[in-house]
Design a binder for this molecule. Structure first.
Ligand SMILES: Nc1ncnc2c1ncn2[C@@H]1O[C@H](COP(=O)(O)OP(=O)(O)OP(=O)(O)O)[C@@H](O)[C@H]1O
Ligand SMILES: N[C@@H](CCO)C(=O)O
Length: 358
């Protein structure tokens, strides 16, 4: 039997996130208080393992029926393997058990994939003993996989963040544009192909934390259908009218200031949360979206500050100081008139990813 010294245990906790917050398309992210947890156990008394890549996965929560338990296929362990292989380790330590607890609904605009990527990168660091990987370096790894920085930035660093990418040299840019299939290769049926994946260039992404007024809470109205992010990006145009870009620039200049001021100014926040670059185009995938963002205002709903699409949707995020249930029910009713069933959650800004050792 393994002694307690041979059993290593830790928990990785990563928040869900809401990206964009209206005008901040691919820039702004907000970490929120619903957490993906990885409960990891490494039994170092074992010298061999019959598990693929020495890793056993168990899973509970959202996506329980669909998420793969094969470490070569599961997004979290695949990402951890990417980090390990960039650092000359081919598999998990003998023998690793990862129990995944996931309350974050998949494909709803609450950053489930961003949380999975961040937790996976952190898992690679922890099981590989890669102590030199700073949070900033982990961000580089995340950006090789999820290529917009807003969700992963919020999930890794926590709070209300602005994220931006550094200009890279042409060679570095080419490395960040390597097809995802080469970064996370297709499963090889348990056979180690021995190929070393492309390591991320250094300092791809950066973030800055914005203040958040303590009175402001986030009501997430979550429809029961999924909108894959890839599909929600396909409906966006390649080019925009100059007036629409200016409209968003004016609002993005207001948003971080407006949401940091205490007490909050509802008129200013409502104005600052408007968007013309992604929400109008996503209406085709989310019936009722335009009506909801146009009709829900602080003037008609006491306590409401502003409404936007959460990430790529279909979740709606309403920022408010009170009357949370009334606001949620109003949006649920609007979706109901389009035959869409929703549930809602009251969430608060959250800290970033943590690792706790037993
Ligand atoms: N805990 C998890 N374990 C394994 N795979 C996951 C997990 N969470 C998410 N995924 C993968 O990510 C996919 C959802 O990603 P997608 O980018 O479409 O939506 P989202 O991240 O929930 O929304 P958004 O990016 O708009 O906030 C799932 O279908 C699944 O393949
Ligand atoms: N900024 C991204 C977030 C979703 O992952 C989008 O709106 O497509």
């Amino acid at each position: 039997m393994a002694s307690s010294q041979q059993i290593e245990k830790f928990v990785i906790k990563t928040p869900c996130s809401s990206a964009n917050i209206g005008p901040g398309f691919d820039v702004i992210g907000l970490a929120l208080s619903m957490y993906l947890e990885l409960h990891v156990t490494i039994d170092r008394s074992k010298t061999t393992s019959d598990k693929p890549l020495n890793c056993r996965i168990t899973y509970e929560g959202q996506g329980e029926e669909d998420i793969s338990l094969d470490p070569e296929v599961n997004l979290i362990t695949r990402v951890a393997l990417y980090v390990l292989r960039c650092n000359d380790q081919r598999s998990f330590p003998v023998e690793t058990h990862v129990h995944i607890k996931n309350p974050i609904p998949l494909g709803r605009g609450l950053g489930s994939s961003g949380a999975a990527v961040v937790a996976g990168v952190q898992l690679g660091k922890e099981v590989g003993g890669l102590h030199d990987l700073t949070p900033e370096r982990l961000f580089d790894y995340c950006l090789m996989i999820e290529r917009h920085p807003d969700n992963v930035g919020a999930a890794l660093f926590g709070g209300f963040v602005g994220t931006y990418l550094k200009p890279l040299t042409p060679e570095e840019t080419a490395r960040t544009e390597i097809p995802l299939s080469e970064v996370l290769p297709a499963p090889a049926g348990g056979v180690d192909t021995g190929v070393k994946p492309p390591s991320p260039p250094h300092g791809i992404g950066h973030h800055i934390k914005f203040p958040w007024a303590p009175e402001i809470k986030a009501v997430a109205i979550i429809p029961e259908f999924e909108v894959p992010t890839a599909k929600a990006r396909e409906v966006l145009p390649a080019e925009y009218p100059r007036a629409d870009v200016t409209f968003n620039l004016q609002r993005i200049a207001l948003l971080p200031v407006a949401l940091g001021q205490s007490p909050p100014d509802p008129e200013l926040i409502n104005l600052a949360m408007q968007d013309k670059l992604h929400q109008p185009y996503r209406q085709v995938l989310i019936p009722g979206l335009t009506k909801i963002v146009e009709s829900m205002t602080p003037a008609t709903q006491p306590g409401l500050l502003g409404v936007c699409l959460s990430g790529a949707g279909p979740t709606i995020l309403a920022l408010a100081t009170e009357n949370f249930e009334t606001i949620a029910q109003k949006i649920i009713e609007e979706f109901k008139s389009n035959n869409i069933v929703c549930r809602w959650e009251l969430l608060e800004p959250a800290d970033g990813t943590t690792v706790t050792r037993a």
